[in-house]
Design a protein around this ligand. Sequence first.
Ligand code: PHE
Length: 342
Amino acid sequence: MWDKIDEINKEIDDFTVETAEQLEQFRIKFLGSKNVIKDLFKLMKEVPADQKKEFGQRLNALKQNAQKRFDGHNKTATSSTDKKTEKPDVTRPGFPLEAGTRHPISVVRNEIVTIFNRIGYTVAEGPEIENDYHNFTALNFPEEHPARDMQDTFFVHDNGQAPEKLALRTHTSSVQVRVMETQKPPIRIIAPGRVFRNEAISARAHCIFHQIEGLYIDEGVSFADMKQTLMYFAKEFFGKTKIRLRPSYFPFTEPSAEVDVYWGLETEADYRMTKGTGWLEIMGCGMVDPNVLENCGIDSEKYSGFAFGMGIERIAAQRFGIGDLRHFFENNIEFLSQFKGA
Ligand code: PHE
């Protein structure tokens, strides 16, 4: 019986505690609810009466030793476990790297640019802050044209020292002018970019949006060439083969037209998107007005051409089924991360 006490005491002293697990084993064995010291207390009734006191004291000392050891190990074991025994597990999968995603507007713009690249169009760019001449005058906008009105245009208020009136461009057609001024036909460009209009922001309109403009100038370019080019685009981008041109008006093209693609009326969504007509309006176009060619120093007797322009947001909204244009400008990560791999 007394030997048992010595034995357990030795066991307590010799117990190796290096990890949190071993520490827990120690606790269960010597301090837990069914520990070995408690078992010894049960033997008390077998101890002769005159030895009971000493036996009790020895057991208490044993208990205290166990507690002391435990407290000591507790400090070293927990602080050393992580470092010493938990080697990194090299077979565990790594943390996923969050790859960025392209903005849906960029996705659609790149696709449109690629489609026109294939038939010889190259990208042209121009400034977002434009003067009145490139945004309006050269494009044959009469002085009193309502598009020049304060309601549509964001004017840039200068300190009175700027040589000319500046505004944020209201369309990418200003790039046409800049290209025609500096390049000789044949010209074949596509001009994507941001444009600005002073409009109330809603689900269907925004004061900032993106357009993509096309321009083709050469000898003998006809309306039929334009139609063929637009049919090619409709087929490549939408996978649709039927388009129609509705007469329209733009100051810088004559004749002018709106382009609709035939979308079909197969599903509920088709009905909603085409307002029950089956036709989806995608862009404006027309033959470049001879006045515009002359304004830009191109001989309108010798050369002719066509231009077209479309809003990227509308096409992107259609492509991705987005009901509210404001999503494009809010930079909401949850919204944007849906376009992984698009
Ligand atoms: N600039 C026109 C607009 O913003 C679109 C357009 C471009 C129309 C080129 C005809 C030719 O509405």
